[in-house]
Every structure is written in structure tokens, then in C-alpha cells.
Write a protein that binds this ligand. Structure first.
Ligand code: ZN
Length: 192
């Protein structure tokens, strides 16, 4: 985390940590200007702007595109359409055998299988709590004594009373594949 907060060269607004949740890092949450562009406009003398009307039009179109992409990425991870994501009934052992540590397939085939069958799918796995910290729960789902599933709870408060070693059943949206040393990753998790 960067402790020094950004000042907007155009309006002087000081960026806060909350702003990082809602506004792209390169954009001022107060006046909407792209910091770098505001800096450039400031440094080049007003009479000698190298950007004519056409480049400015292109620039404003680009800004709209950047904004749309940023807005889309904000909603793609835990947007309202998550309920329509497909469900996979595969358990940890099955997934691990196909795409994880237990898989004998090539990396490319594992990635393809993961994308097709498990990524962005709702999954429900039993497991043992390894640790719970700020809504981030590490689960031993393969009974191998190690954390092989890390999930973000959709309600971080649900993690408050979890006890290390506790048996839980966790429902989550699978996001990233795990391997022998890295856990599977998911979010929107809840304890069943
Ligand atoms: Zn500003």
C-alpha cells in the first residue's frame, strides 16, 4: 500500500483510501481528470498545446472507454449477476486431480479444463479452517494438513467467530486454480 496520497493537479483534491475502491488509480475521484493528462496540460504552455481538437476528441473518447472498462471490472468480480453463475458439484479431490497438484495433464490442458469447468463456478466444499483473518479464510479442503483453498467471505463478519481447526462447509465462487504449493482461490464465500 502506498501511504502517500495523490493530489489532483487540476482541482487539488487529495485522494483517500476509499477512493481507490471506486475510482481507477489514474483518475481523480473529485473532478474526473486523468492525473497524468492534467499534469501534462499544466506543464505545456497554454498557447503552445501540441494537441489539436482532433487529438482532444480522441482523448475524451479514450477517457470514456477507460471509464467503461473500469466500471465493468468493478462489477465483474462480485456484481449482482453472480447468482446466475453456473454451479459445479465437483469436490476438492476431483478438481485437484484434474487441474491441481494431483493432475498429470500438461499446464495448458489444466488451464483449459479449469476455465471450462470450474472458473467462475459456484462450488461447495467441506474443509477445516486453517486461519481466518479479516474475511479471508484459509481452508484445508484436501485433508492434507495444509491450506489448499483461500476464500474471501462476502460478509467478512462471518469469519470473526471461526476457530482454527473447525470443520466447515463453505460455498464460494472459484476464481483461480491451485497447485502443489498454492491454494485454489475463490470469493463471495459463505459458511453453510
Ligand atoms: Zn481533480
Amino acid at each position: 500500500m502506498n501511504a502517500t496520497r495523490k493530489l489532483c493537479p487540476k482541482c487539488g483534491y487529495e485522494r483517500t483510501a476509499e477512493d481507490d475502491q471506486t475510482t481507477p488509480p489514474e483518475q481523480c475521484p473529485n473532478c474526473g481528470v486523468i492525473y497524468e493528462k492534467a499534469l501534462r496540460a499544466k506543464s505545456s504552455p497554454a498557447g503552445k498545446r501540441e494537441s489539436g481538437p482532433i487529438t482532444q476528441a480522441v482523448a475524451s473518447i479514450l477517457m470514456v472507454v477507460v471509464f467503461v472498462i473500469a466500471a465493468a471490472s468493478l462489477f465483474s468480480d462480485d456484481g449482482a449477476d453472480a447468482t446466475t453463475l453456473p454451479t459445479s458439484s465437483a469436490g476438492f479431490d476431483e478438481v485437484d486431480d484434474e487441474v491441481g497438484c494431483g493432475s498429470d495433464y500438461s499446464d495448458e490442458k489444466r488451464a483449459d479444463i479449469f476455465r471450462a469447468r470450474y472458473q467462475d463456478h459456484w462450488m461447495t466444499w467441506p474443509g477445516t479452517v486453517v486461519s481466518s483473518d479479516n474475511g479471508e479464510v484459509d481452508i484445508d479442503a484436501g485433508a492434507l494438513g495444509m491450506s489448499d483453498l483461500d476464500v474471501e467471505l462476502s460478509d467478512p463478519d462471518e469469519g470473526y467467530d471461526l476457530i482454527d481447526g473447525e470443520e466447515v462447509v463453505i460455498r464460494f465462487v472459484m476464481r483461480k486454480p491451485g497447485g502443489c504449493f498454492i491454494p485454489f482461490r475463490g470469493d463471495m464465500a459463505s459458511i453453510q
